[in-house]
Design a protein around this ligand. Structure first.
Ligand code: NI
Length: 187
């Protein structure tokens, strides 16, 4: 997925049924900013996300119940590239009332895709691993990835967000019947 060397170590992604995916994760306390714990977690999340071909990965997906997530946006289709980024203790403000439908998948729910309504834009406030504040607005695919990942911090899986199960598909069938409609999000 990436050609640059990655440090950190690969961690096992837990799947639906693991209790870590269904807990509300704890915020990282201020005294842990800049520590080895958070630096290692940051590197491990990014490495595991790339090696497992995802565009996002939240700490609960490697069975660590803290409010930390990693993601990136590949520069494909109609969205601009966002390099790998780690958010600590993120909070979201949803912009507007309208939502838009898009396909999602999840590394913790391998092999399935489904349509999920998300807000097309969000305001994000978070910290980096050293405790520096990050404030930005995300839209489109970028906003969708962040909403999916922040849900993981609250024990919510994309299946919970679907309006019924009728759009749920296996990846292979999705490739065949639906892939031209939108880009998938595997997070
Ligand atoms: Ni996910």
């Amino acid at each position: 997925m990436t050609t640059r060397p990655l440090d950190g170590r690969h961690r096992t992604i837990v799947r639906l049924g693991h209790p870590a995916l269904r807990q509300r994760s704890e915020p990282v306390p201020v005294e842990r900013f800049g520590t080895r714990f958070l630096r290692d977690l940051e590197r491990d999340l990014v490495r595991t996300m790339f090696e497992d071909s995802g565009v996002g990965l939240a700490a609960p997906q490697i069975a660590v119940n803290v409010r930390v997530l990693a993601y990136f946006v590949p520069g494909e289709g109609d969205h601009d590239e966002v390099p790998p980024r780690v958010l600590v203790n993120p909070t979201l403000t949803l912009v507007g009332e309208a939502t838009e439908m898009g396909w999602e998948g999840c590394l913790s729910v391998p092999g399935l895709r489904g349509l999920v309504a998300r807000h097309p834009a969000v305001k994000v406030a978070a910290y980096d691993a050293d405790g520096r504040p990050l404030v930005f607005e995300a839209s489109g695919f970028h906003a969708r990835v962040i909403q999916h990942e922040v849900d993981h911090l609250d024990g919510i899986i994309f299946l919970d967000r679907m309006n019924g199960m009728s759009s749920l598909m296996f990846e292979e069938e999705w490739d065949h019947y639906a892939a031209d409609r939108d880009l998938p999000v595997e997070v």
